[in-house]
Unconditional design. Structure first.
Length: 363
């Protein structure tokens, strides 16, 4: 069967070399005589798998030695509460920046646990830009500042790291992690669901500075306690074994096949450039995001006619460009062009967009 170009926002495409390696090892991993899916997480074979994945991610992202890498169960939304249990324990205050639906959900969850201030928001322009911030925007006694570094639904991203002074900066990087280099030392915590750029759904990666561990509330559920997880090398209980194994393959693919995050970023910027250049060269499609805030992972566009948008999504799917429909909350179209999306897929999408515009003139 011919593979399609999967523009899904998540779960999303995985690199073909990773899929092929996983397929070859599916029934029997190495000389273990069993699949990774059947393997005890306490076995020497699996302990080597998870240790290798952690080592590869540390090397890939240049994670400093004073940070712990945790492989946890569930999606990134679970961390909306976990962040509060672990960090909202000093003044009980935290500042949130709203730039899309997930940052708004995170703030809503946090409001259950403490005094939450919305330091800035882009809702005034339908989340079409990233607010510009400096340390004067944040309360000096806040326990942390929370941002969403890339907005999957609206297609915006931070091109700078907000200066929060001594206040730990917490970032949800679910839809942009591993797309380009990032200075981990500028953050107190980075967390990301794996299903967009790392692995199958079910795994969340948390990178946390060691001095932020051990601060959790007395009533913190064990599964939400980052220090407990760190002390047990993410093996306090059975971890999401297979997604961690696939994540390890993805890390090695970027390191060995791509050449690291600098090279990955070059590829991603080139792919995004192909799509944005076309969008800026014509008037049939509208790109709602302000140019200085455009995501290189999630590209949103509309025709301005909801019926045409629906027709576009339907015919694009029939032509092999799957999951191009925008999020149900905003409509339109969204092309998620994560690391695994080949440049060819983006170029062919642009060809389809041209053809559709010619065949479906606006009234």
């Amino acid at each position: 069967m011919k593979r399609v170009y999967n523009f899904s926002a998540g779960p999303s495409m995985l690199p073909m070399p990773v899929l092929e390696r996983a397929a070859a090892e599916l029934v029997c991993y190495g000389d273990s005589g069993m699949s990774v899916m059947e393997m005890s997480h306490r076995s020497p074979e699996y302990e080597a798998i998870i240790a290798s994945a952690q080592e590869s991610l540390r090397k890939l992202m240049n994670v400093p030695d004073n940070y712990k890498i945790l492989f946890l169960q569930g999606g990134a939304s679970t961390q909306f509460a976990s962040v509060c249990y672990n960090l909202l324990t000093g003044s009980g205050k935290a500042d949130y920046v709203i730039s899309g639906q997930f940052s708004k959900k995170a703030a809503k969850e946090a409001a259950k646990y403490g005094d939450i201030k919305i330091a800035a928001s882009s809702e005034d322009k339908n989340n079409s830009y990233i607010p510009r911030l400096d340390r004067t925007d944040f309360r000096p006694d806040a326990d942390y500042v929370h941002i969403c570094f890339n907005n999957t639904i609206y297609g915006t991203k931070y091109y700078y790291i907000p200066d929060t002074g001594d206040i730990p900066l917490v970032a949800d990087m679910s839809s942009c992690i591993l797309s380009e280099p990032v200075d981990v030392s500028r953050f107190g915590v980075i967390y990301a669901g794996a299903q967009k750029n790392m692995a199958p759904a079910g795994l969340t990666v948390v990178i946390v500075r060691e001095d932020l561990l051990g601060r959790c509330r007395p009533d913190t559920p064990a599964m939400f306690d980052w220090k407990l997880m760190a002390d047990n090398d993410s093996m306090y209980n059975t971890p999401p074994c297979y997604p961690i194994y696939v994540a390890g393959l993805v890390y090695k693919w970027i390191l060995d096949d791509i050449g690291g995050l600098d090279k990955m970023a070059e590829i991603n910027r080139r792919k995004a450039g192909i799509l944005y250049s076309y969008l800026d060269s014509q008037s049939y499609y509208i790109a709602p995001v302000e140019p200085e805030s455009r995501s290189i992972m999630n590209v949103t566009f509309v025709t301005g006619d909801p019926d045409l948008d629906k027709k576009f999504a339907k015919e694009a799917g029939e032509a092999g460009f799957k999951n191009i429909k925008g999020h149900r909350s905003v409509g339109g179209m969204r092309a998620s062009i994560y690391n695994a999306m080949p440049e060819e897929g983006v170029s062919k999408l642009v060809e389809f967009m041209r053809s559709f515009a010619e065949s479906n003139p606006k009234k």
